[in-house]
Design a protein. Structure first.
Length: 182
């Protein structure tokens, strides 16, 4: 069975992001981001409705302060009572889930998007992705970066500016580049 480039993307396989289907979805997402990022004058409830319209799942009480950037939107699931501050980037070529009661600082970047290490494969234009999972009651400090394939356990703390390259256990605090247990 031949998988479409989108099916390959969603399952973490190598895929071409420049296929017509994914390009059309990127254009649609760009238009949604323009609407969302121009919503600063709207009430939180109105912005919440925009999130529900575009993301996979959005719990009650979610606040994402614009500007907010993502690749597709439909791979993002957010639990209840999550706050994301200004200028967050979520590259959702694979599922990204954020649990309940999370606090996410400004300019946090969460990447499911990945690229091959082999330069020949990379030059071919192939990309891939690995799902990211953030547990419940996690605090991510401003400017932190969560890399592809990382799982952050419940009640963990990610220090501001940290680059998280590996899984973070529940209730752990990690800081630095690369992030290490404190």
């Amino acid at each position: 069975m031949n998988l479409s480039e989108k099916q390959k993307m969603l399952t973490g396989q190598l895929y071409h992001a420049n296929c017509p289907e994914l390009q059309a979805e990127q254009v649609a997402n760009k238009h949604w981001m323009q609407r969302y990022n121009n919503s600063a004058d709207l009430l939180n409830e109105q912005r919440h409705a925009l999130l529900e319209e575009h993301l996979n799942a959005v719990g009650d009480g979610v606040v994402i302060r614009p500007p907010f950037y993502c690749d597709y939107g439909y791979n993002i699931s957010i639990g209840s009572n999550v706050f994301m501050n200004f200028n967050c980037v979520v590259l959702d070529v694979c599922p990204i889930s954020i649990g309940d009661d999370c606090q996410i600082g400004p300019a946090v970047q969460i990447y499911a998007a990945d690229h091959p290490l082999d330069p020949k494969v990379r030059r071919s234009g192939l990309e891939s992705g690995r799902a990211v999972k953030i547990g419940n009651n996690v605090w991510i400090g401003g400017g932190a970066i969560i890399l592809p394939g990382v799982t952050v356990g419940d009640h963990a703390v990610i220090g501001a500016g940290s680059v998280v390259t590996r899984d973070v256990p529940a209730r752990a605090t990690v800081v630095g580049n690369p992030a290490r247990l404190r």
